[in-house]
Design a binder for this molecule. Structure first.
Ligand code: NDP
Length: 469
């Protein structure tokens, strides 16, 4: 891991590119979670009684503060997470966009009114739930924190955030920037610490009314179990194995660029990365040759160095899993390693968790590369005879997060959008999601949606009032 504890008292966060210490944070405990719940409960009245537009203004100021501080925050993010600086800046600017979006809809959070009945007039009003929790992964720590913080705070709640052990620093710095814009410390509290201790304490605490969790499907199930019996509202954003289908009428250069960016952005550690590539047979040879050329142009290195397009993986255990999967392909012969497939050697590569961008062709449906979530820079490629076979293959795994189809045909696009089991289907692109668009998964990829105008509802309850005239 790129984080270790010193005597169980502090977490030492190290740079996955070179092992240097980036910073230390205290190890949080279940008692810290309980104290944070008590403090938040005491401070809630003032925060939740602000006009929603007043909370919106504070979030707008937070967005401005994040933009102004983007260089420092992005450099910190690259140093603890590993991603290239350009990607880190993109992520920090994405956080500002999310806070601005929730500021912009703050005055539109509303209930409903119904026609007069025999009993009188009926309305519903929305109320904040109270103290809520957020559990964050390491792959996009800042953006995923913003996806939870924006809607929870604009709705008038307090939020206790547990960042991942390997990437707590950017979340903590972002929280302090946001607080300077006027959000009280008790209302936004970050508690670093292990998932087993702090994460499960957040999931199980009876005073925490909602939890939004982003992480692997397996951990999501543990969060569900810990929350069981507490009556919490749960939003689960879990793993994915997104298919990308390239039809024979697709714009090949655009699709190749989409596959390279879609798989190797963030060193392949994105929930909605392209994790399985299905090519129509007529274009397979041309596409694969162009893909290999596209991957050859990816410069690997420390994310802070100019020109680097792919940093190290975030942690040693993730790289070990990728290495095992690729070794498994070598041993079984279930696929051909077209390019990559090794840990790069020499110089700076010896100090970090680097892995070459890898393409494996001819991967059968039963291979672990096709069935598991591959969370690193390895792209398995398979050839399909047409759309029906592609959709069947796309739907054959337990995940249902994202998918993309690349075609000039509106009817093919419509068929894929209708039939692929996923929370989001892109046509002629992959990956990017604006803050106003709902996002989440189907099947083992989760329940509930983040982003968009309805996200604050995940942190609110509805009260019905009937007025008899
Ligand atoms: P993990 O599931 O390992 O961890 C996620 C978070 O949960 C971390 O903060 C972790 O803490 C914490 N955690 C671990 N154990 C528990 C527990 N028993 N109870 C409560 N919390 C716990 O995921 P990763 O951090 O490895 O992130 C990668 C995964 O996240 C991938 O599967 C990816 O697809 C998914 N993801 C999904 C997204 C979506 O929107 N659907 C978006 C981004 C990522 P710690 O590690 O510090 O101990």
């Amino acid at each position: 891991m790129s984080a270790e504890t010193d005597n169980g008292k502090t977490i030492r966060v190290t740079n996955p590119a070179d092992g240097t210490v980036v910073g230390t944070v205290p190890v949080g405990t279940a008692a810290d979670v309980s104290a944070a719940v008590d403090n938040a409960s005491g401070a809630l009245g003032k925060w939740s009684s602000l006009l929603p537009r007043e909370r919106g203004k504070i979030l707008f100021n937070a967005a401005t503060a994040i933009r102004q501080d983007r260089e420092r925050l992005a450099t910190l993010l690259t140093s603890e997470q590993g991603k290239p600086l350009a990607e880190a800046k993109n992520e920090i600017m994405g956080c500002a966009n999310v806070f601005e979006y929730y500021a912009s809809i703050s005055g539109s959070i509303k209930g409903d009114a119904f026609p007069r009945s025999d009993y009188g007039y009926s309305i519903t009003i929305k109320k904040p739930l109270g103290v809520c929790g957020a559990i964050i992964p390491w792959n996009m720590p800042a953006l995923i924190m913003a996806w939870k913080t924006g809607p929870a705070l604009v709705a008038g709640n307090a939020l206790i955030v547990k960042p991942a052990t390997s990437t707590p620093l950017t979340c903590m710095e972002m929280a302090s920037v946001i607080r300077q814009a006027g959000i009280p410390e008790e209302i936004l509290r970050i508690i670093p610490g292990s998932g087993e201790e702090v994460g499960s304490a957040i999931a199980a605490h009876p005073g925490i009314r909602a939890v939004s969790f982003t992480g692997s499907t397996e951990t999501g199930r543990k969060v569900e179990s810990a929350a069981c019996g507490t009556g919490k509202h749960l939003t689960l954003e879990l793993g994915g194995s997104d298919p990308m289908i390239v039809c024979d009428d697709a714009d090949i250069p655009a699709a190749v660029a989409g596959a390279v960016a879609g798989r190797f952005y963030n060193c392949g550690q994105t929930c909605t990365a392209v994790k399985r590539l299905f090519l129509f047979e007529d274009i397979a040879d041309e596409f694969t040759a162009a893909l290999e050329a596209g991957v050859a142009g990816i410069k690997i290195g420390n994310g802070l160095s100019p020109g680097v397009r792919m940093g190290p993986m975030n942690n040693g255990s993730g790289r070990e899993r990728i290495k095992e999967l690729v070794e498994g392909i070598r041993e079984s012969g279930d696929g051909t390693i077209l390019t990559g497939g090794e840990i790069p050697k020499g110089g700076e590569y010896e100090k970090g968790y680097f892995y070459e961008p890898t393409i494996v062709t001819g991967v059968p449906a039963g291979s672990p590369l096709m069935r598991e979530e591959v969370f690193g820079p390895v792209l398995p490629v398979s050839i399909v005879s047409g759309m029906n076979e592609a959709i069947e293959a796309a739907n054959s795994v337990r995940y249902g997060l994202g998918a993309s189809v690349w075609t000039e045909s509106i009817s093919r696009a419509a068929k894929a959008a209708e039939e692929i089991e996923a929370g989001i289907v892109w046509v002629n692109r992959h990956l990017k999601i604006p803050p106003e668009v709902p996002f989440g998964g189907e099947k083992a990829s989760g329940t509930g949606r983040e982003n968009g105008i309805y996200a604050p509802d995940r942190y609110m309850t509805e009260k019905t009032v009937i007025i008899s005239p």
